[in-house]
Design a protein around this ligand. Structure first.
Ligand code: NAD
Ligand code: MG
Length: 385
């Protein structure tokens, strides 16, 4: 494999640092030449010392850049990620920023990079039609990093032009899977951050507990694989060993399995079409003994249904769902609202922000602004805590 240059956008996060583990392991295959983050300057400095990128960016400008890192070309401010990406001329971009804040980077990566490795699902939830159209127009691969979508993408390598009947997205069920409805309402930040199978950033861990994450992933799958909502099924599978499945017209179901470790799907996207000989913990079927499956419980976890409803409504509805969720999750993590307010805030935003057509990225930001305004109004209106 020839060395490829890669920009790690969101380098200090859960996905970013795991991608850098892979770079560390294969120094001849990858050069991380652009590292970006929002505010964790000290962590980014450490990564810059280890990987010596040509370019780096921090949204929040630090007091000063350490002496030994001044030869790096630095960018600061709200658009620093994109400016750094453009300056770096990296061949690949791993988009691992959390939230709609990562949409701009995905959009520009499709202009300036050869391939886009996509972890930032919110970019597709909000700008999916536009991003997919741009990927098609430029002919650039958009390689999924989200484990379910990577699994489906891997299963589809065996498609040989045959039509797909449906996609089956598996789901761990999150930290509150076995909780009673009334207890879920009052789950604390600590309860929710104890995810059973994956170790991830705060926002996505909360999203897993509310199951809005699976809803965002249904929307993501719809865009990536051009599949209507009706042909995407969610299956709760607590062990997270089957990462997702594809059903074909003859009833055959292909699945991709492995121990839960995000370095699997991250490495698959980075190396594609080559599989990196990463020493993942092997699956031991005899030790596992059994795999469990269940239908999602829409009564206890209403966010999944709301996301599917937003996908079916189309236009700005998924942007509104996402924006309201980002505001609600932020407030929950700051312990300003109980967990049970998250679905209520999303519901109210979907009910009160009118659905508009989306024909440009600025339409996306306008819908996001309206959703946030609505969600923030609800936070202010009630005496939370
Ligand atoms: P994280 O919170 O651990 O890291 C987020 C990164 O984005 C950090 O480097 C942060 O500095 C940067 N960032 C945050 N806000 C920013 C902003 N406004 N501008 C620029 N940079 C900003 O998040 P994560 O868990 O690594 O998730 C990243 C993305 O990958 C999310 O969209 C998530 O849904 C998706 N994803 C994560 C996992 C996982 O296992 N963590 C799995 C599948 C998909
Ligand atoms: Mg996932």
């Amino acid at each position: 494999m020839k060395t490829r240059t890669i920009a790690i956008l969101g380098a200090t996060g859960s996905i970013g640092t795991q991608a850098l583990d892979i770079v560390r392991r294969y120094p001849e295959a990858f050069k991380a030449d652009c590292l970006t983050a929002c505010g964790s300057a000290e962590k980014l400095f450490e990564l810059c010392r280890a990987f010596r990128p040509g370019v780096a960016a921090l949204v929040k400008e630090p007091e000063e850049i350490p002496e030994d890192l001044r030869s790096i070309q630095w960018f600061f401010g709200p658009d620093s990620t994109v400016r750094a990406l453009v300056a770096s001329k990296c061949q690949d971009a791993l988009c691992a920023i959390v939230g709609i804040a990562g949409l701009d980077a995905v959009w520009h990566a499709l202009d300036v990079c050869e391939r886009v490795l996509l972890a930032n699902k919110e970019a597709l939830v909000t700008g999916g039609d536009l991003v997919m159209a741009k990927a098609a127009a430029t002919g650039k691969p958009l390689l999924p990093v989200d484990s379910e979508h990577s699994a489906i993408f891997q299963c589809l390598q065996a498609r040989q032009g045959n039509p797909v009947k449906k996609l089956l997205l598996t789901c761990s069920g999150g930290a509150l899977r076995n909780w009673k409805k009334e207890d879920i309402y009052h789950a604390t930040v600590r309860d929710v951050l104890a995810h059973p199978t994956w170790n991830m950033g705060g926002k996505i861990t909360v999203d897993c507990a509310s199951m809005v994450n699976k809803g965002l992933e249904v929307i993501e799958a719809h865009h990536l694989f051009d599949m209507p909502a009706e042909r995407i099924e969610v299956v709760v599978h607590p062990q997270s060993v089957i990462h997702s499945m594809v059903e074909f017209e003859d009833g055959a179901v292909l699945a991709q399995l492995g121990m839960p470790d995000m370095r699997g799907p991250i490495g698959y996207a980075m190396g594609f079409p080559h599989r990196l000989p990463y020493e993942a913990k092997p699956l031991d079927f005899a030790a596992l003994g059994h795999l469990d499956f269940a239908a999602p419980d829409h009564d206890r976890f209403p966010c999944l249904g709301m996301a599917i409803e937003a996908l079916k409504a189309g236009g700005s509805a998924p942007v509104v769902l996402n924006g309201a969720n980002e505001v609600a999750v932020g407030a929950f993590l700051r312990e300003q609202i109980p967990f049970g307010r998250i679905p209520e805030i999303i519901r109210s935003a979907l009910d009160s922000v009118p659905v508009r057509a989306i024909s440009s990225i600025s339409d996306v930001y306008e819908a996001d602004r309206r959703a946030r305004e609505c969600a923030e109004k609800q936070l202010g209106m009630r005496n939370e805590k």
